[in-house]
Design a protein around this ligand. Structure first.
Ligand SMILES: C[S@@+](CC[C@H](N)C(=O)[O-])C[C@H]1O[C@@H](n2cnc3c(N)ncnc32)[C@H](O)[C@@H]1O
Length: 209
């Protein structure tokens, strides 16, 4: 399920498979009855809704009571400077045309490429008040995690690097969660954690109703 035409593209690519339905609809108010889905997987989507907690509750509602499973992915909060820049930046990005946004994404990828090309790494100090984790960093990765999304990955190539920047700044809504916020949400919805995974960019898990 997706409310954009992405679902139609997916149906064109995979419609030949016998056991898949492609539904163009809003995950925040699905028309499914309560407790009807054995296993529900929601990847990188609730954060783009107006009220992600409410979207999550809707997914819980349709997951089967008594051992139905819900897998979900949450964007993680980054260091404070990056969060502040992202928040302000996103409010400016909605005013840009798609072309301008693409150009900016190319510039960010180019910035990442040049920083990465310096081949500088250093030991950053721990600065807990700003959420900056100390340790050995490449300069581009340090700026990336703590200040500005200037994604660049040589192996993935220029196009994918540009798309990754575009994909981050184009949605007008993209909530980030702390670990505590995710776990509180799981608890509030009466779910049990079956599997929990975390890395710098995200939290994800499988939760049992
Ligand atoms: C980052 S993409 C993830 C797409 C896909 N789940 C994946 O993992 O590749 C976010 C998707 O959420 C969709 N989306 C955002 N809000 C939605 C909503 N309320 N209902 C359904 N889809 C929504 C967007 O159209 C977009 O395709």
């Amino acid at each position: 399920m997706d409310f954009s035409d992405a679902v139609e593209r997916a149906a064109r690519n995979y419609g030949h498979l016998p056991n898949i339905f492609f539904i163009r609809d809003d995950i925040t108010k699905t028309k499914f009855p309560d407790s009807c889905i054995d296993y529900l997987n929601c990847d990188q989507t609730i954060m783009h809704t107006q009220n992600p907690d409410r979207a999550f509750a809707e997914l819980v509602r349709i997951t089967k009571k008594n051992k139905g499973q819900l897998a979900c992915y949450f964007y993680a909060k980054k260091a404070l400077p990056r969060e502040l820049i992202d928040e302000h930046f996103r409010s400016q990005c909605v005013k840009m045309s798609r072309t301008q946004l693409w150009e900016m994404s190319e510039q960010l990828a180019e910035l990442g490429r040049r920083l990465s090309g310096l081949k500088v790494s250093f030991n950053a100090p721990n600065i807990p008040a700003l959420g900056i984790k100390g340790g050995r960093y490449d300069l581009q990765r340090f700026l990336y995690w703590n200040f500005l999304k200037c994604f660049w990955n040589k192996e993935l190539g220029r196009q994918t690097s540009v798309v990754t920047n575009y994909d981050w700044y184009s949605p007008s809504l993209a909530r980030r969660y702390s670990r505590k916020e995710v776990l509180d949400l799981i608890k509030k919805n009466g779910l049990r954690v079956s599997h929990f995974y975390q890395e710098d960019a995200c939290y994800s898990g499988r939760f049992v109703r």
